[in-house]
Design a protein around this ligand. Structure first.
Ligand code: NDP
Length: 333
């Protein structure tokens, strides 16, 4: 058995030296617990924030303790009613190959409904983030223009497709030509822009959004957002989902002063955390799964093989290695 510990609080971009792989025994489940074998684990941008020793909506990871996050695993031994060996479960678990957990800490998933990896992506936390952020804060109306940054990632890809379902003009911003092509050709986005190669991002956006921007779903922050904000329409809504461009900055630069534009356009900018919607997760999961089944919601997963490559997969989020949800495959069921 193995686990991955955080051993340093990274400054700027983390490196593999901030983590340690440790050999540990396979534990025995007690009454009410199950022994879970990790099959897939999720690496997520928000984990970078938990590596800092600063107050946020989730507590920091503790030094010399295992990282934890979304995991899909197989029950190999059960001492809990309702779960038996062979069941597939999802939960917030440690980065360990094997671990015991209270049966209340995991949720059983039905592998016949959708591939088990989707519990960490399109019908899991990222899908729910897209669903509630766009529908509850963005409130898209047919014919409106929706711009999404981080558009080819786990959350962004779902946002754009839901906005299409709602009858909007959808414009994505992402960091490679392959991603741009995927968004337009495979997902039916109306336009997409490569922010890394655009010589004038604002001009490219203006061309893609002839009627301005009614909703800006922000996954990245920084200069990309500064450019979008200059094009917002009166009564624009801005679900503030993520700020990945800033997560590794030791000092956050202040961009152009956009506040007067927010003011005169009476725009709404609202930060949110997906767990705010915990009471509605069942509704969201059901709707996302239905759209997937109906073929209205496509998904993409980038899967790195091997527990030893977990940190590399995590760091890849910051250089845009992933199309759709980034996962690590740890073991075969
Ligand atoms: P993604 O799958 O979108 O992966 C991250 C992507 O961000 C990369 O693929 C990369 O794509 C892009 N990126 C990385 N660095 C930069 C940069 N400097 N500038 C612009 N783009 C960059 O991750 P998720 O879908 O899981 O998360 C997306 C965002 O949503 C994150 O900011 C995350 O923190 C946030 N989030 C918020 C939640 C909430 O509850 N509020 C819940 C879940 C996620 P590219 O090639 O396009 O650069």
């Amino acid at each position: 058995n193995q686990q991955i510990l955080l051993i340093n609080r990274p400054k700027g971009m983390p490196t593999e030296a901030d983590f340690k792989w440790e050999e540990i025994p396979i534990p025995q489940p007690s009454e009410g617990e199950v022994l879970v074998k990790t099959l897939y684990l999720s690496v997520d941008p928000y984990m970078r924030g938990r590596m800092n020793d600063s107050k946020s909506y989730v507590a920091p990871f503790e030094l010399n303790q295992p990282i934890s996050g979304g995991v899909v695993g197989e029950v190999v031994e059960s001492k809990a009613p309702g779960l038996e060996a062979g069941d597939i479960v999802v939960g917030m678990l440690d980065w360990k190959k094997y671990q015991t957990v209270s049966a209340h800490g995991v949720k059983k998933i039905d592998p016949t409904v959708a591939p088990i990896t989707t519990a960490l992506g399109v019908v899991g936390m990222p899908g729910l983030t897209a669903y509630f952020g766009l529908l509850d804060i963005g409130k898209p109306q047919p014919g409106e223009t929706v711009v999404i940054s981080g558009a080819a990632g786990a959350v962004g890809m779902v946002v754009g497709q839901i906005a299409k379902i709602k009858g909007c003009r959808v414009v994505g911003i992402a960091g490679s030509d392959a991603k741009i092509e995927y968004l337009v050709k495979q997902l039916g986005f109306d336009a997409a822009i490569n922010y890394k190669t655009a010589t004038d991002l604002r001009a490219a956006l203006k061309e893609a959004c002839p009627n301005g921007v009614d909703i800006y779903f922000d996954n990245v922050g920084g200069e990309v957002s500064d450019a979008v904000m200059t094009l917002i329409n009166p009564h624009a809504r801005i679900p503030l989902c993520g700020q990945i461009a800033l997560y590794n900055m030791e000092k956050v630069a202040i961009g152009p002063r956009i506040q007067p534009l927010l003011l005169i356009n009476k725009a709404l900018i609202k930060g949110f955390i997906v767990s705010d919607y915990a009471e509605r997760f069942e509704e969201g999961t059901r709707q996302l799964a239905l759209w997937v089944k109906e073929g209205k919601l496509r998904y993409e997963e980038t899967i790195v093989d091997g527990f030893e490559n977990t940190i590399q997969a995590f760091l890849g989020l910051f250089s845009g290695e992933n199309l759709g949800k980034q996962l690590v495959k740890v073991a075969e069921p």
